[in-house]
Design a protein around this ligand. Structure first.
Ligand SMILES: *Cc1c(COP(=O)(O)O)cnc(C)c1O
Length: 373
């Protein structure tokens, strides 16, 4: 039986193996493992790619979110409106700075924050909107940016799954006040370990971000605020710089994979494909190709697994119903679209090197499982 993995990172490594190994060995031989030219060069290249004046590298996407919130002076007593349908890190960062996450429902068609729901949740304590560009698809930024402007709120973009995506032709991470990126290996631009970055056009905010990520030091050995240690390793910076040059090609390959699924699954009963809206300003980079299985999702996933087809559940429990947020008092049924998404989503194999033959296997098995009997 042949096997189709949900994700296979080794294929990309094989493709660029000589360059990756050379870059890693160069850093090892240099004796300079923290900071230095590799990190500076990556920050320069990534800032240019996103189109912001400043890029601050850090240890992870989670840290990027934490640093952004800290740099904006968001803390106890403040509220941040965000999506309940995301990886836990999004909300966790809000809690880590002592602020309160306010979860509002998503739009089931895009899996992203619904701007109308966000508007209804604004209170005098609201300081920021934190939309997530989930699965690579930019959130509805027109309405969110207008809302933020009208209420003087910061916009923190969680770009962890959307490196390279654009909205109305502009890269994510350059639309809001700050953009937060993850270079976790499974993201579109993945390191061989942890990594993250924050992008912004605001020089004062950039200075504050740098200070907080370097132990609160405004100059060497002089700290005037509580900071953290959040660094991108030199070796990861070197690898990310070389991988960045391939990112658009890899994202284009993901787009082709998505198109093959979209055509092949068009008439599959009981399955809803990711919405493709004509004239949509959001250009996805397909970190995931996530369908909705209207009935017995878990059974379908289990049967696919026995047939060698890897899939993933992003995410089986919406964040407002996670035990850690029980004290916030959300009830089941309160955010119905997010809860429905959690019940129905199934992420199919998706990575740039996935072959059409593999996709055919996935689709054939999926269709036969969903065929009326
Ligand atoms: C991966 C991810 C993060 C966290 O990134 P790490 O680098 O793993 O800390 C945050 N938000 C979303 C939506 C993610 O997918």
């Amino acid at each position: 039986m042949s096997v189709v993995p949900q994700l296979d990172l080794s294929r990309q490594y094989q493709q660029i193996r000589p360059q990756v190994e050379q870059a890693a060995l160069e850093v090892l031989a240099s004796g300079r493992y923290i900071g230095g030219t590799w990190v500076a060069r990556f920050e320069e290249a990534f800032g240019q790619y996103v189109g912001t004046g400043h890029c601050i590298a850090c240890n992870s996407g989670t840290d990027a979110l934490y640093l952004a919130l800290r740099a904006l002076d968001i803390g106890p007593g403040d509220e941040v409106i965000t999506s309940p349908f995301s990886f836990i890190a999004t909300a966790e960062a809000i809690s880590l700075v002592g602020a309160t996450p306010v979860f509002v429902d998503i739009d089931l068609a895009s899996f992203n924050l619904d701007p109308a729901q966000a508007a209804a949740a604004i209170t005098p304590r609201t300081r920021a909107l934190l939309p997530v560009h989930l699965f690579g698809r930019p959130a509805d930024m027109a309405d969110l940016l207008a809302l933020a402007q009208g209420h003087q709120l910061a916009v923190i973009e969680d770009c962890a799954q959307a490196t390279g995506a654009t909205w109305a032709g502009r890269p994510v991470g350059s639309l809001g006040t700050v953009g937060c990126f993850s270079f976790y290996p499974t993201k579109n631009l993945g390191a061989c370990g942890d990594g993250g970055a924050v992008t912004t056009d605001d020089p004062a905010l950039a200075a504050r971000l740098r200070q907080i990520k370097e132990h609160g030091q405004s100059r060497r050995y002089y700290s005037d605020t509580v900071g953290v240690n959040s660094r991108l390793d030199a070796i990861q910076a070197a690898l990310l710089t070389l991988k960045l040059a391939h990112l658009d090609t890899w994202n284009a390959a993901r787009q082709r994979v998505a198109e093959v699924y979209d055509q092949g699954l068009a008439d599959c009963p009981g399955l809803v494909r990711p919405a493709v809206v004509p004239g949509d300003k959001a250009r996805s980079v397909w970190n995931q190709y996530t369908v909705r299985i209207l009935q017995d999702r878990d059974r379908v996933q289990a049967e696919l697994a026995t047939q060698g087809i890897g899939t993933a559940l992003y995410y089986p429990i919406p964040i407002h119903l996670q035990p850690l947020y029980a004290a916030l008092g959300y009830r089941e049924g309160q955010l119905p679209q997010a809860e429905q998404a959690a019940r129905e989503v199934l992420s199919l194999p998706m990575f740039p090197e996935l072959t059409e033959a593999e996709q055919d296997q996935v689709m054939t098995r999926l269709k036969s499982l969903l065929a009326p009997r």
